[in-house]
Design a protein around this ligand. Structure first.
Ligand code: ADP
Ligand code: MG
Length: 238
């Protein structure tokens, strides 16, 4: 069973999953671990029914985003499992039903925990921050232009954790797509210090938590004033 509990320390969230023999933390759990580490995320909660989804949406405030919650589904958008910008109760109810119908049709037999509800974040440049664990070097941090373009562009930088602020600055500035974050052709520049802060916190989290095997914050919205992770996924290693 996945959890939808109030604020728990990262070690507890990881411990619960371990005791249940799970290696994959879902989006809600992954964001709780990130939040505990001081990384800004969109607050995300689990709805198990249409009624719960609309009630949570009202609490969170419109517009909201609904997403499928299933350990069997890695790319939620690909199976019709993400609905953005839902402006009212009716839209939320309809999206809840549509998500379940789409996922059941395209991924029959998948185990579904429910549908997550979160605030629709104002847009930014989509970047990815990731961690993988190398046998020899330990946790390796990755930074790049994210969203759906990440595999296409392969425009990423790497450092072995733990990193310094200087490393974080370099990681951000050495990707080819850096002008996208720096106000290219009059577009709003992203708050680079906010991105550095996230890289440093992820570095600390990865270096200090050996149970974390892999981490993907994709995307992080890099905005004028701040940066926020709107999707997250952690895979444990134990
Ligand atoms: P997946 O990667 O599994 O397909 P995501 O959770 O990354 O699903 O959502 C897909 C896309 O939807 C993201 O790349 C982002 O553009 C958008 N998105 C997701 N969550 C939010 C949110 N809370 N606010 C605004 N846009 C979002
Ligand atoms: Mg994603």
């Amino acid at each position: 069973m996945s959890t939808n509990s109030a604020m728990l320390p990262a070690a507890d969230i990881i411990g619960i999953a371990q005791r249940q023999g799970r290696k994959l933390l879902n989006e809600i759990e992954s964001k709780q671990v990130l939040k505990a580490a001081g990384v800004p995320t969109t607050d995300t909660r689990l709805a198990r029914s249409r009624e719960e989804a609309t009630a949570l949406a009202k609490e969170i405030g419109f517009p909201v985003v609904l997403k499928i919650m299933s350990a069997d589904i890695v790319h939620k958008t690909d199976v019709g499992g993400v609905k953005l910008g839902l402006g009212g109760e009716a839209a939320v109810g309809k999206a809840f039903d549509e998500i379940l119908a789409a996922v059941k049709a395209r991924h029959p037999g998948s185990e579904i925990d429910g549908v997550s509800v979160q605030a629709m974040a104002s847009p930014g440049v989509e970047v990815i921050i990731g961690v993988s664990r190398d046998q020899q070097f330990g946790p390796v941090l990755m930074f790049g232009i994210g969203g759906t373009l990440v595999e296409l562009l392969k425009d990423v930088s790497f450092r072995i954790a733990p990193i310094t602020r200087r490393d974080a600055k370099e990681m951000i500035r050495e990707i080819r797509g850096f002008p996208m974050l720096d106000g290219y052709r009059g577009s709003a520049p992203a708050n680079l210090q906010a991105l550095e802060d996230i890289l440093l916190k992820i570095s600390e989290l990865a270096a200090g938590t050996p149970q974390i095997g892999q981490m993907d914050l994709n995307p992080v919205f890099a905005r004028l004033d701040d940066a926020v992770a709107v999707d997250a996924r952690i895979i444990l290693e134990y």
